[in-house]
Design a protein around this ligand. Structure first.
Ligand SMILES: NC(=O)c1ccc[n+]([C@@H]2O[C@H](COP(=O)([O-])OP(=O)(O)OC[C@H]3O[C@@H](n4cnc5c(N)ncnc54)[C@H](OP(=O)(O)O)[C@@H]3O)[C@@H](O)[C@H]2O)c1
Length: 261
């Protein structure tokens, strides 16, 4: 059997990179997507260096919340591979951690309401549009029995402080259901993985204090942070033939933190 083509958005770092690495271990052809080409090529090199016999990951750079970039990337995927078997949507994050509150504003500085509007729009673009545009663009070149996995968050259940990131992640849940209903007749499954706190990624942009990290770890029942590999294993299994009858589900990977201590 020829290797499956596995597209991983956000594949240059963190959970996406670990997920691509997991698929590379099982001999699949991975394709890494993200905005920063240097991160993508470094991740591809890391996978080639660390996974014996791995097929060299392909990379394609672009902003997945922009229609033109998605159209270009998917046209490129089609010409290189023909069809796609698995799509993992790890691109995203909470823009508030990366945020300069006055970005793009000239004097006078943004009002509080302007900042709120921008952060909500940016979180919806980063987490929802990126997944929706890529999913919609690839439907025409999906192989039968395809697998789509979207990355949500425990924040969809517990909030994220201001609500904008949490609401964006929560929006993926009904979208996954609708997409699963549309694609199911071709044997495709669409599921959501919702991690709790995962360390070792760029998610917090260096803004996670030790005190806050201890709180997040303390909420788990297993007394540790999740790792990118914890999430990657679940995504990999959901994408396997063994999970063929699991669709439109939200699988939580959080060490029990939703209910907490
Ligand atoms: N770490 C956690 O505790 C945690 C918990 C729950 C859920 N999650 C979710 O898990 C996913 C992976 O996060 P992570 O922790 O691995 O953080 P990360 O290292 O920051 O990974 C996010 C990736 O998404 C890419 N990305 C962001 N916006 C993009 C866009 N518009 N177009 C294309 N690529 C984009 C980034 O690359 P570029 O900047 O180069 O584009 C980056 O590689 C995210 O959806 C995040 O919300 C994380």
């Amino acid at each position: 059997m020829s290797p499956r083509v596995v597209v991983v958005s956000g594949g240059g770092t963190g959970i996406g990179r670990a997920t691509a690495q997991r698929f590379a271990h099982s001999g699949e052809q991975t394709v890494l997507l993200g905005r920063r080409l240097d991160r993508l090529t470094a991740a591809a090199q890391h996978i080639s260096d660390t996974v014996e016999g791995a097929l060299a990951p392909a990379v394609s750079a672009g902003d997945l919340s922009r229609v033109q970039d998605v159209e270009r990337i998917v046209a490129d995927l089609e010409s290189r591979f023909g069809g796609i078997d698995v799509v993992v949507h790890a691109a995203g994050g909470n823009v508030e951690f990366a945020d300069d509150p006055h970005r793009g504003e000239t004097v006078p500085a943004a009002s509080a309401l302007q900042t709120i509007a921008r952060r909500w729009n940016d979180n919806l673009a980063s987490n929802v549009l990126s997944a929706v545009l890529l999913s919609e663009a690839v439907t025409g070149i999906l192989a039968d029995n395809a697998r789509i996995v979207l990355l949500s968050s425990i924040a969809a259940y517990r909030g994220s402080g201001t609500g904008s990131y949490a609401a964006a992640k929560a929006a993926l849940h009904p979208y996954a259901f609708d997409l699963a209903a549309r694609l199911g007749h071709r044997g495709a499954t669409v599921n959501v993985v919702a991690p709790g706190y995962v360390s070792g990624t760029e998610f917090f942009h260096g803004k996670l204090t030790e005190a806050r990290e201890n709180v997040l770890i303390g909420q788990t029942l297993v007394s540790r942070a999740g790792s990118p590999e914890d999430v990657a294993e679940t995504v990999h299994w959901l994408s396997s033939p063994a999970a063929a009858h699991i669709s439109a589900q939200i699988i939580q990977v959080n060490g029990g933190a939703l209910y907490g201590r």
